[in-house]
Design a protein around this ligand. Structure first.
Ligand code: SF4
Ligand code: SF4
Length: 233
């Protein structure tokens, strides 16, 4: 999701690469799952996330949508999938009485407050409390301040924090997917054309998500092959 905000406002102002050591350790998230709650109406997924999830759960995108684990919503003008959230209630003392307060948490957060798909969690979850900063047709990592509930832990190299195999290939994919979203984002005039939007969004979802990936094969060539077909949507 695109956010137009000042980097200095939300971070320490530094740009990091995956090789950098950053104070990211969060004491093993002991007893905490705050970043899995109240993070909006869904946790956005990219094609690599969907590929990894389908591979780990031995399922396909359509089944995940049908079972309510993935939902689809318009983000920055384009239909995108995300992990669904479900209501969750905490009881807080108010005027001497315990009152329920609704929060939304990710559907994969289990009753012990742990991620049930930790080894295959989406890129956005792996990043937290980092974020990606896109500028000059590239991206770097920034450390968001006041986001993690247990900050100031040990220094960790970003590539270890992310724990993604073949990180250079992944980062190349991330940048190219970002460019793709930018390129197909509807203009102000296209926003007025309901038929154009319908075709664009259906075509995008079908090409990059609904058409199953071969989960026993390498993800990246499959993604590249779909990019070549984008003109058809
Ligand atoms: S908010 Fe920080 S400590 Fe809490 S679960 Fe997320 S990363 Fe871990
Ligand atoms: S996938 Fe896991 S880490 Fe990500 S929000 Fe859901 S429960 Fe939290």
């Amino acid at each position: 999701m695109i956010r137009e905000i000042s980097v200095n406002e939300i971070s320490d102002g530094k740009r990091y690469s995956a090789r950098d050591l950053v104070r990211l350790g969060c004491h093993g998230c002991q007893g905490c799952s705050d970043c899995c709650r109240d993070q909006g109406t869904m946790i956005i997924l990219d094609p690599y996330d969907v590929f990894s999830l389908c591979k780990a759960l031995q399922t396909d995108f359509q089944s995940l949508v049908r079972s309510g684990l993935i939902r689809i919503q318009i983000v920055d003008g384009i239909s995108q999938p995300g992990l669904a959230v479900r209501p969750y209630y905490v009881f807080e003392e108010q005027d001497g009485r315990k009152r329920p307060r609704r929060m939304d948490c990710c559907v994969f957060l289990n009753t012990e407050g742990r991620c049930s798909i930790h080894d295959t969690r989406p890129g956005i979850c792996r990043l937290f409390p980092l974020a990606r900063l896109y500028e000059n047709d590239s991206f770097s990592y920034i450390l968001q301040k006041d986001q993690c509930s247990q900050p100031d832990g040990s220094k960790i190299r970003i590539k270890n924090w992310l724990g993604i195999p073949e990180l250079a290939r992944y980062e190349d994919f991330v940048l190219r997917y970002h460019r793709l979203l930018q390129a197909i984002r509807p203009s102000a005039e296209e926003y007025q054309d309901a038929e154009y939007l319908r075709k664009l969004n259906f075509g995008f979802l079908k090409l990059f998500f609904m058409t199953p990936y071969h989960t026993k094969e390498d993800f990246y060539p499959q993604y590249d092959e779909r990019v070549l077909r984008i003109r058809g949507i």
